[in-house]
Design a protein around this ligand. Structure first.
Ligand code: GDP
Ligand code: IMO
Ligand code: MG
Length: 427
């Protein structure tokens, strides 16, 4: 059986928690896009783990893989592996594969990310400055350094010289003259990095053929997808479920569940439209109660009401079979909750988020008011134990989304999960 875990909103929906939870039954957990712009937090008893590049299954000591759709910063990877080691988690070639055709993020990409943001001025995107966009640009521009290139010193030298030559004017215009292209450092990492590298497309299809349990771990959210998100306020990869195929080489289409990880409200980090954003004390309350601070950049996340328009769009784009509703407990204190059911733009009704950037500022959400439950749901792990109004809220969301909520999360810990339909026990 194959499971894809995708974020349905603007990221930070709790994907890491759910991947960790489901990975107890998995044979392989794979990242297929993004890079260390992702920040996935996992809580197991008193331990909190923060992952950027490594798939969340690593905490369960499961076999993990980083697919070719990811852009890999070798320094960030090594740092993450060392940090996990200090927390007692070993990462080695027995539990980590890296696709041999993966493209690298180099220090120059972080400089270019900075420059791109500066030159956008007021229209800055608020990127994580991890070099994601520039690294994908070099990949598509067919200049990128791939992990397999590190095996041949002469070849690597040519490629890295070409890459730096290509960008040098832009860099020296904005920052300073580059004197150092990290060739020696990369070469010295080659053996270690290549100890993980494999033709992943081959291995993953062999596992697919044997119908092993493979979990595909999405990063970011569907509304940050380069094609279908709120362009240009998006990341530089395809984040929707279709990306699992080109981001790993996997080709089995059947026996697949797509779990859409969905916060019981909405958050966004960085710039861009957010129709249900709350600029008042309720927004502040959600941020405080939900601890909505970016894992990667520590920025405060913008908070707002649940938006069923976005959800319906995400469900279609991803082929979502089940919704996982997270952070229900964050709404516990609210007397009344709003749920967005549609948009008005220039007095015209919309049941989807339009592509036109020039309409973004005009979107007015239409709300349905729902009674809160004003009781604690924190840590509840049985559906029947939820307050009646919380159950009603779940039902209202299901009706609006026209999709079942199969799992509800009531706290950050692995155990704080309600498996309504027995998804985990049936694997
Ligand atoms: P991801 O990027 O989608 O993996 O999500 P993040 O890890 O960036 O952000 C989700 C945050 O919410 C993390 O700090 C989680 O520990 C936490 N979290 C996940 N599920 C729940 C939940 O049901 N309730 C609460 N209160 N926190 C949760
Ligand atoms: P996880 O996997 C939330 C946002 C950035 C910025 C935009 C582009 O933890 O859900 P980038 O650095 O990718 O070029 O930035 O995308 N962004 C995220 N927001 N969660 C993430 O990942 C994000 N990764 C990128 O804030 O607005
Ligand atoms: Mg996150």
């Amino acid at each position: 059986m194959f499971y894809t875990i995708v974020g349905t909103q603007w990221g930070d929906e709790g994907k890491g928690k759910i991947v960790d939870w489901i990975s107890s039954k998995a044979d392989l957990i794979v990242r297929y896009q993004g890079g260390n712009n992702a920040g996935h937090t996992i809580k197991v008893d008193n331990n909190v783990y923060k992952l950027n590049l490594l798939p969340s299954g690593i905490i369960n000591n499961k076999k993990c893989a980083i697919g070719n759709g990811v852009v890999l910063d070798p320094w960030a990877l090594i740092n993450e592996i060392n940090n996990l080691k200090e927390q007692g988690i070993e990462v080695n070639e027995d539990n980590l594969y890296i696709a041999d055709n993966i493209c690298l993020i180099l220090p120059i990409h972080k400089l270019l990310d900075e420059i791109n943001e500066i030159t956008r001025g007021k229209k800055e995107l608020g990127t994580t400055k991890k070099g994601i966009g520039p690294a994908y640009e070099d990949k598509v521009g067919r200049r990128a350094i791939r992990i397999c290139d590190l095996k041949d010193p002469t070849f690597l030298k040519q490629k890295i010289d070409n890459l730096y030559e290509f960008h040098k004017d832009k860099i020296s215009k904005h920052i300073h003259k580059i004197t150092h292209n990290y060739y020696e450092e990369l070469l010295s990492m080659s053996n270690y990095l290549n100890s993980f590298s494999v033709p992943l497309w081959k291995i993953i299809n062999e596992l697919g053929q044997k119908n092993k349990n493979i979990v595909f771990e999405g990063a970011q959210g569907s509304m940050l997808d380069i094609d279908f998100g709120t362009y240009p306020y998006v990341t530089s990869s395809n984040t929707i479920s279709g990306q699992i195929f080109s981001g790993t080489g996997f080709s089995y289409r059947n026996d697949h569940k797509v779990l859409g990880i969905t916060k019981a409200y909405t958050t966004r980090v960085g710039s861009g439209p957010f129709p249900t954003e709350l600029m008042d004390e309720i927004g502040e309350h959600l941020g405080e109660k939900g601890q909505e601070f970016g894992t990667v950049t520590k920025r405060k996340r913008r908070c707002g009401w649940f938006d069923s328009v976005l959800l319906k769009q995400s469900i279609k784009l991803n082929g979502i079979t089940d919704i996982v509703l997270t952070k229900l407990d964050v709404l516990d204190e609210l007397k009344e909750i709003n749920v967005c059911t549609g948009y008005l733009i220039d007095n015209k009704h919309y049941d989807y988020l339009p592509s036109e950037e020039f309409l973004f500022d005009k979107i007015k959400p239409i709300y349905k008011k729902v009674a809160g439950w004003e009781k604690s749901t924190a840590g509840v792990y049985k559906f029947d134990a939820l307050p009646e109004n919380a159950k009603k809220y779940i039902k209202i969301l299901e009706d609006l989304m026209e999709t079942n909520i199969s799992i509800v999360s009531t706290g950050p810990d692995r155990k704080e999960t309600i498996d309504i339909n027995g998804t985990l026990s049936n694997i």
